[in-house]
Design a protein around this ligand. Structure first.
Ligand SMILES: [Mn+2]
Length: 395
């Protein structure tokens, strides 16, 4: 099989003149003028194609030279085959159904603006296991929002949101790296170590990664690999996840934030939506607990956000159990009296529009406990809305 080529993510159509259609390449900063006929040819390369697979009846007298020029101008780019020269792909298996049906999977996902990764790990859950199925279930549900390229601009079309009366994620390229692979018989510390290595090798550029758990234990090795800091953590969770650590044992989903609190690069941990009864409760040095009454009062929430350092990068971690089990029964350790999806969505929008988020995870979505996929669809809705806001305010 000869090499596959695809329309570069960085090319957009700027308009037409008597000379033809003007293309601009965001990465090289160069402009190219092509004929309307060549534009039709380019649209065939929204999906990967072999150069010599094009039908002869396209009517181009000099098709090979046209293609050669498009490749020289980096309008058409070769698609590297999965795993060919990229060690990081070895950490993942390709998705059965990609998030939002994006064609950018495996290696091709890496340079996208928004990159999904599944971490189907639930071996550190003290409650019900089952969150390992969440990445694939969310992907299936996400098919209701298929990723499309705008035929005029050749850029990602995004989606029109009725409630906001605006398009979200327009122009944002989206990829799916697949699911992080591990052997359930591996020692936990080895799995965590490889998650850290994988994250450190995969996210060195400007991509915004979204990690879909899995249980909450994955947040610690992700942060270790993602940044040397300084970083703040914004956590939405019914629990603090500050249970005591035990010497000679790995962390689990119930004490993952106590472990994160030990990291030098973590400056602060803001915990939104914590509830429950504790025999003993003492805040640790970096820990800020934000009760639900503050989240439900827009003015109180604004005041709190103003107190969060403005020049800090933040990692966002959303545990679906912060929502009430009425809306989100599909979780390993449900807690009554939680947020409604609207309250969660509004609070997330208020925060991510004012503070810089560098990456996020969505954890503890337990499909085995998820009757009628309530939690899956609710979590996906909140996730799509939040990512829309993140990219609206991103530099
Ligand atoms: Mn949690």
């Amino acid at each position: 099989m000869s090499e596959l080529f695809q329309l570069s993510h960085y090319v957009r159509a700027e308009g037409t003149s008597s000379a033809g259609v003007h293309l601009y390449h965001e990465q090289t900063g160069t402009s190219t003028v092509i004929s309307p006929q060549t534009l039709e040819l380019l649209k065939m390369f929204k999906e990967p194609k072999e150069l010599d697979s094009l039908p002869n009846q396209l009517g181009f007298p000099h098709l090979p030279s046209v293609l050669e020029r498009l490749c020289k101008d980096k309008v058409l780019m070769p698609v590297r085959h999965q795993g060919e020269d990229d060690a990081t792909v070895g950490y993942c298996e390709p998705p059965v159904v990609p998030f939002l049906l994006t064609p950018n999977v495996g290696t091709r996902a890496r340079n996208c603006d928004l990159v999904f990764v599944g971490v189907p790990f639930d071996l550190a859950s003290t409650g019900f296991s089952g969150s390992r199925a969440a990445p694939t279930s969310l992907r299936r549900w996400s098919q209701s929002m298929p990723y499309r390229i705008n035929n005029e601009t050749l850029r990602p079309a995004g989606w029109y949101c009725v409630e906001r009366n605006e398009r979200i994620l327009e122009g944002v390229t989206i990829g799916d790296l697949g699911n992080f692979k591990f052997d359930p018989a591996e020692p936990l510390k080895d799995i965590y170590q490889r998650i850290t290595e994988f994250v450190a090798q995969s996210f060195t550029g400007s991509s915004f990664p979204v990690f879909i758990g899995g249980d909450h234990a994955i947040t610690y090795p992700i942060i270790c690999g993602l940044t040397a800091g300084p970083v703040g953590i914004i956590q939405f969770d019914a629990h603090t996840d500050f249970a005591e650590l035990h010497p000679n044992r790995e962390h689990h989903h119930g004490n993952v934030m106590r472990r994160a609190n030990e990291l030098a690069q973590v400056c602060a941990i803001y915990q939104f939506g914590v509830s429950g009864y504790f025999p003993r409760f003492r805040l640790e040095n970096k820990q800020h607990v934000v009760p639900r009454i503050v989240i439900r009062d827009p003015h109180a929430l604004e005041t709190l956000i103003e107190r969060m350092p403005a020049d800090l990068d933040y990692y966002l971690s959303v545990d679906v159990d912060v929502m009430d089990p009425t809306f989100a029964p599909g979780t390993g350790t449900p807690m009554p009296g939680g947020l409604s999806p609207e309250e969660l969505e509004a609070a997330l929008a208020a925060i991510v529009s004012k503070r810089k988020i560098i990456a996020m995870d969505l954890v503890e979505l337990n499909i085995d406990r998820d009757f009628h996929l309530n939690t899956c669809m609710t979590a996906f809705h909140v996730l799509a809305s939040t990512l829309g806001t993140v990219f609206k305010y991103r530099d």
